[in-house]
Design a binder for this molecule. Structure first.
Ligand code: GLY
Length: 285
């Protein structure tokens, strides 16, 4: 089967980071063309996105209101195997830790125990903070001090968003994989977990295809968005129509983006600008 891969830099990202979506896509595609698995391609594409300090995942992740960075990442294959970490701190590549969880009997490790697991697998201590992530925290704290919060903080909706990175892939053997990684969103309490590490919410893969989404995690969790889109693909819709149906579940003031693929093709849908890549064509909305 013809390999296929999509990446995204998050709902709200724009042309200024298109090069990141392209570079991650090129890395993933190079692996697929050499016969590597969809899972490997997704991991390596996301590592590149996590390492880009302009994006909200890995290095450059957003800070919690207490100044800490807690990250979420997950990986799922078309055979329903999966690995994920939530609220993990002080690692460079959460998606690589998720890949290590994938090889255990478990699906999701959280917080300090996820960090301890990462150390046991050789992930060295690393500070993902950047001057930009500190600046964004100061902005959030100033907004809190000035009481400019009402809908923002209550429902996390009108947030100026540069959300999450993700990838989906199909390899030569027709296997699918999906992945996502994030530093979360604005105004996060310590311990908050969004959609990105939750199977069915932030990502889903199965024998029919793969889906990865971006946007306000709380809203995505409530609608189990990725499984919704996957089920539409399994029902026979194209990935594009399934992604559009998923997007239609949300009011327009909730930023949401979807990438998806199946045996026949791919789909992308977002109600904000989003830098994204597809190996067959690329475009910034
Ligand atoms: N979509 C990422 C998050 O809300 O944490």
């Amino acid at each position: 089967m013809r390999p296929l891969l999509l990446t995204h830099c998050g709902a709200g990202s724009d042309e200024s980071v298109q090069d990141a979506a392209d570079a991650a896509g090129a890395r993933g595609m190079a692996l697929l063309k050499r016969g590597r698995s969809a899972l490997d391609a997704v991991v390596e594409a996301i590592v590149l996105l996590e390492d880009d300090p302009r994006l909200n995942a890995g290095t450059g992740s957003r800070m919690r209101v207490d100044g800490r960075i807690q990250m979420d990442a997950a990986l799922m294959g078309g055979d329903l195997e999966a690995g994920a970490v939530a609220a993990i701190e002080a690692v460079k590549n959460p998606i690589r830790v998720a890949r290590d969880v994938f090889d255990t009997p478990h699906v999701l490790l959280i917080g300090p125990d996820a960090v301890a697991f990462a150390r046991s697998k050789g992930h060295d201590p690393y500070d993902p903070a950047t001057p930009e992530s500190r600046r964004r925290l100061e902005e959030s704290l100033a907004a809190i001090r000035n009481g400019r919060l009402p809908r923002y903080a209550r429902k996390w909706k009108l947030v100026e968003l540069r959300d999450t990175v993700g990838a989906v892939a199909r390899d030569r053997r027709g296997r699918f994989a999906a992945g996502s990684s994030t530093g979360g969103t604005s105004f996060m309490l310590p311990g908050r977990v969004g959609d990105s590490p939750i199977l069915g919410a932030g990502l889903y893969a199965g024998p029919k295809g793969a889906v990865s989404v971006t946007g306000i995690g709380e809203e995505i969790l409530k609608r189990v968005l990725s499984k919704f889109v996957y089920d539409r693909i399994a029902d026979g819709l194209t990935s594009q129509r399934a992604a559009d149906r998923g997007l239609a579940l949300f009011p327009k003031d909730v930023p949401i983006g979807v990438i998806a693929l199946d045996r026949r093709g791919w789909g992308e849908s977002c109600n904000r600008s989003m830098a994204w890549f597809v190996s067959e064509r690329r475009r910034t909305l």
